[in-house]
Design a protein around this ligand. Sequence first.
Ligand code: F6P
Length: 377
Amino acid sequence: MSPRPRRIGILTGGGDCPGLNAVIRAVAKAAINGGMEVIGIEDGYLGLIQNRLKPLSYLDVSGIINRGGTILGASNKANPAEYAVPTEDGRWVTRDVRDQVIEHCRQAKLDALVVIGGDGTMSGAADLIDRGLNIVGVPKTIDNDLWGTDVTFGHDTAVATAADALDKVHTTASSHHRVMVVELMGRYAGWLALHAGVASGADVILIPEIPFDLKTVAEKCLQRSRGGKGFTIIAVGEGARPAGGEQFVDHVDESSPDPIRLGGVGRFVAEEIKKMTDLEGRAIVLGHIQRGGVPTAHDRVLATQFGYHAFELLRAEKFGQLVVQRNWKIDSVAIKDAAGKIRTVPEDYSVLLAAKAVSTCFGAPNPQPAPVAADHT
Ligand code: F6P
């Protein structure tokens, strides 16, 4: 790859996420306006491995800012440094196919790549940077767990979807006097469950950062029942776990570089609370609905800013950088610094403190009284 980019490739790695098309549009339009040629790579790194590339015109990326998913397709199973291939006896082994990827980039005369994705995609990018590829990253994930940025696009839309679902279960919860447990995505970080739970006034929010005590949760449900509120809404992140216990694994996907798929904690909580309180409960798993639909206006604006900044980094030949937002400013950090790390909810996060102050239960054993608000005079 030559340093001054004239021809760039774009790919969307990892799971789909609202706002991907808005980033593709922003990068491609800015690049075409800046005199660059743009090549779309299908299905994330898989398209680079299998040499599935196609030119993207201005028209191709027009009218897609509000479309969910990705016009390029995505894959969360193809890190070129550890590409999983099936063996004849049904096992999976990993192969390093980076040479193949580099050859495909050379054949397509790509000077640089824009990779849009989460931590798995950035780890894949770091491995390709080691082989001399010019890469700029854009942070995507509904989980909001990418290290180095205060926010990822897609998170706001997923929070809105999850908050809407939590609002809706209030109807059944209050009519039938039930404990409704809604399991939300987010992997090993609680941003999604926390933000959606706070937005919908959930009574209990369980997140991976605060291992929960079932007795504390049960007591909260009983208190609400005795106090005249005959129902309880519990928002639980899929990575939440009981104090001293393990996270709940739904299945293991051997073909993925990140094989663990979490799931099951919602049902566990509903069943245990029923046993402990005799209150009727139901568990709902919201699942991939959280990744779907039209991106919010906030995500479209953020995605457009991120895409434009990625173009600016390309133009300035600042490769190996991940676009980020820090303290409300768009900036960048080294992809290698962000790769392989995740960002979890800190215990002094202002939203967490606000939720505790309005009596939201986080299921912590022996909960402390809510902190006194800081003096803002
Ligand atoms: O990272 C996004 C995410 O939706 C997580 O919240 C969830 O754990 C995972 O992807 C699900 O992955 P898959 O689409 O492979 O089931």
